[in-house]
Design a protein around this ligand. Structure first.
Ligand code: UD1
Length: 420
């Protein structure tokens, strides 16, 4: 297994480019199941999760070719409607093949994704939404077995106890594109990645309005055709580099980062002492003042993203004063706290809150990554810690960051990949 070895203490400087958004490309690849025609997806990040989704598409009857950040997908004669446990269990986003499969083939058998280290992650909203489109659903032996004679448009309230759901909105929106009549999704997720998926579906011939707002309207069409699309830049990767500049006291220009997708993150970072300049297709960041503590609560978009919680926790870990980070999407998403404390941070967890007493300095230590964003927070801490940090189990990081250590090396970081 690979690990990352970091010698901390270098101020990161220079330019870095963000890759395409992981959370956009996965449902967009799934959406290609809605047509037998060819699709071309550019700006595709070369991530472990992308490769998993391509494997799933091949198992479901697609030919795929992935070269120079572009995926070309065409139909193969052997259509299959079963998404197997072995693949779905490794990546939750693969559950969003359910919507396209039921819409296109009128039947689907998709493994339940199961829980993961950031907490229990149910799929009740996905099931509720798909069912209300006139689909019969049974759960048998860990699989969702779905069948229908004809999908029918419906008015669906999709809010849950933690607010809207990104992948449930994606799943229902994709299924509704081929339903008979109009579907309204109320309390839809507004994340830019949901909007990006809707834009791709529109290019395929879908009739969608209101994407990017909590009410999405979909007028079903008979069929969808092939389309070409470029994935939006990854706002979480961009946010991670913003924090990399601040935590090391450096000066980074992030090319491709979209300011409009990072409002809540930039607002908090400015309060924390960042000087941020937005120019055409890039964001430059450095410290304006000494770092100041900020309180952060994660919320659905346009609120502060849960996928940036671990990274800002690392930043607050070295910021003198007290800050409180509250997790409202996944109240148990704090596996990184114990590891950060092993590096000298003073973070106390109380239910969905992490109370941080900023330490003057962190010291390098062997630490273990537990999930994707937790891994990023440990790398950030390692970049500023004195001495050597070994981050093990970085397969989590490879799921969602494209060439992270190479990008950090170009900014001056002393980081390398090694074997555990
Ligand atoms: C997506 C993102 C993930 C991000 C998350 C929240 C992808 C591939 N992944 O995951 O990076 O952390 O949004 O922004 O896009 N919930 C239910 N019932 C459901 C579905 C979800 O109660 O049927 C709950 C979840 O447990 C969580 C909240 O709703 O508390 C939001 O989860 P959701 O938006 O569905 O997350 P994902 O779409 O799985």
């Amino acid at each position: 297994m690979d690990k990352l070895v970091i010698e901390g203490g270098v101020k990161l400087k220079g330019e870095v480019s963000v890759s395409g958004a992981k959370n956009s490309v996965l449902p967009i690849l799934a959406a290609t199941l809605l047509t037998d025609e060819k699709c071309e997806i550019s700006g595709t990040p070369n991530l472990h999760d992308t490769i998993t989704m391509l494997k799933i598409l091949r198992a479901l009857g697609k030919n795929t070719e992935f070269k120079n950040s572009t995926v070309r997908i065409s139909h193969n004669k052997h259509t299959n409607f079963v998404a197997d446990y072995k693949l779905v269990s490794t990546m939750r986003a693969s559950f969003c093949v359910l919507g396209p499969l039921i819409a296109k083939l009128k039947k689907a058998r998709v493994s339940l994704p199961g829980g993961c280290v950031i907490g229990i992650r149910p799929v009740d909203l996905h099931i509720k939404g798909i069912k209300s489109l006139g689909v019969d659903i049974d759960i048998q032996s860990g699989y969702v077995i779905a069948k229908t004679k004809q999908l029918r448009g419906s008015h669906i309230y999709l809010g849950g106890i933690y607010g809207s759901s990104v992948l449930a909105t994606d799943n229902v929106m994709m299924a509704a594109t081929l339903a008979k009549g109009k579907t309204i999704i109320e309390s839809a997720a507004c994340e830019p990645e949901v909007e990006d998926l809707a834009e791709f579906l529109i290019k395929m011939g879908a009739k969608i309005k209101g994407h990017g707002t909590p009410i999405i309207e979909i007028e079903g069409v008979k069929e969808l055709h092939g389309a070409a699309h470029t994935i939006i830049p990854d706002r979480i990767e961009a946010g991670t580099f913003l924090i990399a500049a601040l935590i090391t006291g450096g000066d980074i220009t992030i090319k491709g980062a979209l300011y409009k997708h990072l409002g809540a993150v930039i607002d908090k970072l400015r309060q924390a002492g960042a000087y941020i300049i937005n120019s055409d297709h890039s964001i430059r960041v450095r410290r304006k003042t000494r770092l100041k503590p900020v309180n952060v609560t994660t919320l659905p978009y346009p609120g502060f993203p849960t996928d940036m919680q671990a990274q800002i926790l690392s930043l607050m870990g070295i910021t003198p004063g007290i800050s409180v980070i509250t997790e409202k999407i996944y109240p148990d998403r704090f596996m990184h706290v114990a590891e950060l404390n092993r590096m000298g941070a003073h973070i106390q967890r109380e239910g969905p809150h992490a109370i941080v007493e900023g330490a003057r300095r962190l010291s390098g230590a062997p630490v273990m990554a537990s999930d994707l964003r937790a891994s990023a927070s440990l790398v950030l801490a390692g970049l500023v810690a004195s001495g050597r940090t070994d981050v093990s189990r970085i397969y989590h990081l490879d799921r969602g960051y494209e060439n992270l250590e190479i990008k950090l090396q170009k900014l001056g970081a002393r980081i390398r990949r090694g074997k555990e």
